[in-house]
Design a protein around this ligand. Structure first.
Ligand SMILES: Cc1cc2nc3c(=O)[nH]c(=O)nc-3n(C[C@H](O)[C@H](O)[C@H](O)COP(=O)(O)OP(=O)(O)OC[C@H]3O[C@@H](n4cnc5c(N)ncnc54)[C@H](O)[C@@H]3O)c2cc1C
Length: 361
């Protein structure tokens, strides 16, 4: 059999692509290398536009209410005590356990008619009419292969699509704490070279994620928390709600988001940093845009190439909306004195912070 769409990677981007492809009537198969639903390092805050995209996938009703919590805006807290916050103007965000998100996406993909297989993709070999997708459990053929294999995407690299990252080396670590959230905002605490992100992800769970510049090697979760005394006091004594998960380096660039019979979605299509919390949103939107661009007949190589070019162009605007604020914030994060002044300025003029939030939400 020749599949229409073969997706490599079953994270949010791959699963969203599977749902949309199956719903569009394409014979769709997805390979995920993990035995079970992977519990990834993530701050788990889905911004309002991402939540709207999830809602368009009809996934929300499948999400366990004990594993999610709405948030209404973003609050910055810095070491000198300055604090500024803004509510989202349109809608709200959703803190959501990755396990719950991916379970719901998987169920929806199956219901839409996609076939989900366990297996690691080793290689994609494009030819004129099909791409051969080689996995650890055999080879299949598909009209279009989709690389949804995450930030370090070996498939992107193998296709010669790796670009120059151009952002500092940053790393992340997250763990959950079991306690009722003290706020319905995502709270971002700043210190020199490191930020802490507290996101409510359930009535009894807060996700605590740290992001830092590569300067300090292999920090522990506790040593990172010690850099934020206010936050440490908040969560003091609360039991751990999960094992630690780490990630990095975060920045990875793609020269283009397509090649012959291959499309890149989600982090595989390029990633700057988690500093603005837009990764999941971009993952869901890239799936949406890819399927909106595809022709009915994927066997027609010319039409497919044109549509992949259209997909690449249509994602450029989203990429700029993501990469510009992320790079600007990264530049501030590396200049603590400037960042402190900026946060104090926003604290004096909250409308300025609200306007900045609108740019990423
Ligand atoms: C510390 C941290 C905090 C973050 N916080 C947030 C946040 O608060 N909000 C937000 O929106 N984003 C956040 N992000 C970003 C977000 O996690 C990513 O943007 C999102 O996971 C991208 O989804 P994806 O499907 O592209 O990739 P992934 O989630 O990485 O999924 C890739 C999947 O592909 C599978 N895979 C890989 N290789 C193969 C292979 N060869 N064969 C088969 N399967 C394969 C993997 O097992 C994995 O399941 C954060 C990231 C980090 C690191």
């Amino acid at each position: 059999m020749i599949w229409d769409v073969a997706i490599c990677g079953g994270g949010p981007a791959g699963l969203a692509t599977a749902i949309r492809a199956a719903e569009a009537g394409f014979a769709t198969v997805l390979y995920e290398r993990a035995e079970d639903v992977p519990d990834k390092a993530c701050g788990e805050g889905l911004m309002p536009r991402g939540l709207a995209a999830l809602s368009r996938l009809s996934v929300l009703r499948g999400i366990d209410p004990a594993a999610c919590a709405p948030f209404r805006g973003i609050r910055y807290v810095q070491e000198d005590g300055a604090c500024v916050e803004a509510r989202f103007r349109d809608g709200e965000g959703l803190g959501i356990r990755r396990l719950a998100l991916e379970r719901a996406l998987r169920e929806r993909a199956l219901a839409a008619g996609a076939e989900l297989r366990r297996g690691a993709v080793r290689k994609v070999v494009p030819a004129t009419d099909v791409a051969a997708v080689e996995t650890d459990s055999g080879s299949i053929e598909a009209r279009l292969a989709v690389a949804a294999d995450g930030v370090n995407s070996p498939l992107r690299k193998a296709a010669g699509l790796d670009g120059a990252a151009g952002a500092p080396r940053r790393f992340g670590l997250r763990r959950h704490v079991q306690m009722a959230p003290w706020t319905d905002f995502v709270e971002i605490h700043w210190s020199d070279g490191c930020e802490a992100y507290a996101t409510p992800v359930g009535p009894e769970t807060v996700n605590l994620a740290f992001l830092w510049h590569g300067a300090f090697a292999h920090p522990t979760w506790e040593s990172l928390l010690d850099r934020f005394p206010r936050l440490r006091d908040r969560v003091d004594g609360a039991p751990a709600g999960s094992e630690e998960r780490g990630a990095g380096p975060l920045a990875q660039a793609a020269r283009a988001r397509f090649a012959n019979r291959l499309a890149l979605v989600g982090d595989a299509a390029g990633y700057v940093d988690a500093i603005t919390g837009q990764g999941l949103t971009l993952a869901l939107l890239s799936a949406e845009r890819l399927l909106a661009a595809l022709p009915r007949n994927l066997a027609d190589g010319e039409a497919l190439s044109r549509s992949l070019r259209r997909y690449d162009a249509s994602l450029r605007g989203e990429w700029i909306r993501y990469a510009l604020p992320a790079r600007s914030l990264l530049a501030l994060a590396r200049r603590p004195e400037l960042r402190k002044r900026g946060v104090r300025l926003c604290a004096q003029h909250p409308a300025l912070f609200a306007a900045l939030l609108r740019a990423v939400a």
